[in-house]
Design a protein around this ligand. Structure first.
Ligand code: F6R
Length: 589
């Protein structure tokens, strides 16, 4: 949800900023812009659309420092004018923001009364004018930024570039900011660690309500008091991972295919490494798993496997619906938060509320150094590498694999779980073939004419139905609804009409008969049935082959949905990596 970057150091400043934005493009791709400072002043260039090759018209080669931003619009349409950074009227400083100024209308009208004129429809412009107003009072740029910030309501992270003091001043609140200290003394400040990979040796993770001033040195202050704070630098061993498509047309397909490796990485934890969490889980009165979107479905699957395999009292929650559970929570409970980014505002908010009730926090996160990991007593990583496609695929299955390992380790079957995942990984390798791709491509052509789809599953396949439907909605913009097979007769069946496509996820398990009979019922009412399973069956009009993963069907049966959403998206001429209206890291509520 918007990517922010700042750079002060040697080399080509603009190129450094643009490369950083390219690495963070998944955070927002409506529009982008850079503001760099040369001896002659601040140069700003903005573009509408995704950053792509990052070409600018006239990037100055003698820039000394700069800031840049890739936008996911909240206030104000996607236009060049609304793109960040925004320059002050006197061109002295530039501002970029990640967040929402909730009181911007009040601030705007008060600034208008003071004579400020607004050129954009963004909430960011309020920050620009506020800083300008404060600067007239206090004269010190960083102090003006701090005082302006104190008037903002909402989760806002801002970055500013000042011509006069040759400073970058930034404040973190809500969405992340990490400072990368480069070996040659340069400093890169970014919304996540991807731009720092392979460049920074040490990093400083800013906490909320901290202000950083970057000039000849880096200084951190408390926003509320303005008092200096100690700069905590820590080793950064995020090896540069090539963020390229590795020959695939899109990151999405690459990341889907990578799952044959990533599920194994996710279960590389030894039983000893899982032990501290296992002890805490066993001690807990109630365990809650929580997440948002795809991560909420992963949280559902993890809760289910902890109940079924480890017999633990686990309840899955949606991060944004935690409130009614809070009165039940206490220091006796544990909350396991699931997230790809570790920066999702809804999830962090839920964790914060549970923390206030004394609940122990554990997490499984994909991104290294996230706010969620840093705020957890028991922090684990799903180890899938950067997930660039906005729709989550490999992080989801990695988290399911990790959840299975955790549950099996609790009952003393750590090695068995690793071996089972290893077998599934091998089977996946055999699944990702041209033959599978061609079959799903053909199916995509067949399905492209439909607008409404349903998918039914039961038990682990119920969560797969929900996640499968979400994937297809995100990438194809078609209406795809997931249900439990049991829910059908209680109302949903009214939607079935002649030719309605209904998918059924059929495992080789005790729920097989339930899903098959649900398919038979919809077929009797005119539905066209699609069976996602290992073998064809008389109940299916179309058989979509899927691997029989046994206990790990939650991993194997989501793959056909991921692939189908990809090919159907391509069929629709959508960009699967950058679905409309979506951003990867949802750092605003
Ligand atoms: C779906 C998707 C979103 C995220 C959700 C949570 O493909 O990517 O639904 O799963 O926004 O994000 P994280 O996992 O970063 O907390």
């Amino acid at each position: 949800m918007c990517g922010i970057i700042g750079f002060k150091g040697t080399g080509l400043v603009t190129a450094e900023l643009v490369e950083g934005l390219q690495r963070m493009e998944y955070r927002g791709y409506d529009s982008w812009g850079v503001a760099v400072m040369t001896k002659k002043g601040i140069f700003v260039e903005k573009k509408v659309g995704a950053i792509g090759d990052g070409k600018l018209e006239q990037p100055p080669v003698d820039a000394l420092l700069g800031i840049a931003h890739t936008r996911w619009a909240t206030h104000g349409g996607v236009t060049k004018t609304n793109a960040h950074p925004h320059l002050s009227k006197d061109k002295r400083f530039a501002v970029a923001q990640n967040g929402i100024v909730e009181n911007y209308l009040e601030l705007k009208s008060s600034l208008q009364k003071q004579g400020y004129q607004f050129k954009t429809s963004t909430d960011t412009e309020v920050i620009v004018h506020l800083i300008d107003a404060k600067l007239k009072q206090v004269k010190i740029f960083a102090e003006a930024v701090r005082l302006a910030f104190l008037e903002l309501i909402g989760r806002n992270t801002i970055i500013t570039l000042d011509q006069q003091t040759e400073q970058i001043v930034a404040i973190r609140n809500g969405s992340p900011l990490v400072i990368g200290h480069l070996p040659d003394g340069g400093v890169l400040l970014a919304s996540d660690t991807l731009p720092l990979a392979g460049k920074a040796r040490t990093v400083t993770y800013l906490d909320d309500q901290q202000l950083v001033v970057i000039n000849d040195k880096v200084s951190v202050f408390a926003v509320k008091t303005g008092k200096p704070l100690k700069l905590h630098q820590q080793k950064f061993d995020f090896i540069e991972q090539k963020i390229d498509k590795a020959g695939f047309d899109h990151f999405m397909l690459k990341e889907i295919v990578e799952q044959q490796y990533t599920i194994k990485e996710a279960v590389s934890y030894s039983d000893q490494e899982l032990l501290p969490l296992i002890k805490a889980l066993k001690k807990a009165r109630t365990i809650y798993t929580v997440g948002a979107g795809t991560a909420a479905f992963a949280a559902g699957q993890i809760a289910r496997v902890l109940r079924v395999v480890a017999k633990l009292p686990v309840q899955e929650l949606k991060a944004y619906e935690i409130d009614s559970y809070l009165p039940l929570m206490s220091a006796k409970d544990l909350l396991l938060a699931v997230s790809q980014s570790g920066e999702t505002a809804d999830t962090l908010d839920a964790v914060g509320k549970a923390q206030k009730r004394g609940v122990t926090i554990a997490s499984i996160v994909n991104m290294i150094g996230s706010t969620l990991s840093r705020g957890s007593q028991y922090a684990y990583l799903s180890r899938s590498g950067p997930e660039i496609c906005v729709a989550s695929t490999k992080a989801y299955t990695a988290q399911l694999a990790w959840g299975y390992l955790l549950a099996m380790t609790i009952i003393g079957k750590h090695k068995q779980a690793q071996a089972e995942i290893g077998k599934v990984a091998k089977k996946l390798k055999g699944y990702f073939t041209d033959q599978t791709f061609r079959q799903l491509q053909k199916l995509a052509i067949d399905l492209a004419k439909h607008e409404h789809f349903f998918v039914i599953g039961k038990a682990q396949h119920f969560y797969t139905a929900l996640e499968g439907a979400l994937k297809i909605k995100e990438i194809t913009y078609k209406h795809f609804e997931g249900f439990s097979a049991g829910e059908l007769k209680h109302g949903v069946i009214a939607l079935i009409d002649q030719g309605t496509p209904v998918f059924g996820i059929v495992g080789n398990d005790q729920y097989q008969a339930d899903v098959l009979s649900a398919l038979a019922e919809v077929r009797a009412r005119g539905a066209r049935t699609f069976g996602i399973t290992a073998r064809p069956n008389e109940f299916f009009d179309v058989h979509i082959p899927a691997i029989d993963g046994g206990n790990l069907d939650s991993i194997t049966k989501i793959i056909p949905f991921q692939l189908l959403s990809y090919f159907l998206g391509i069929q629709q001429k959508n960009n699967p990596d950058k679905p409309r209206n979506l951003a990867k890291s949802v750092t605003v509520k």
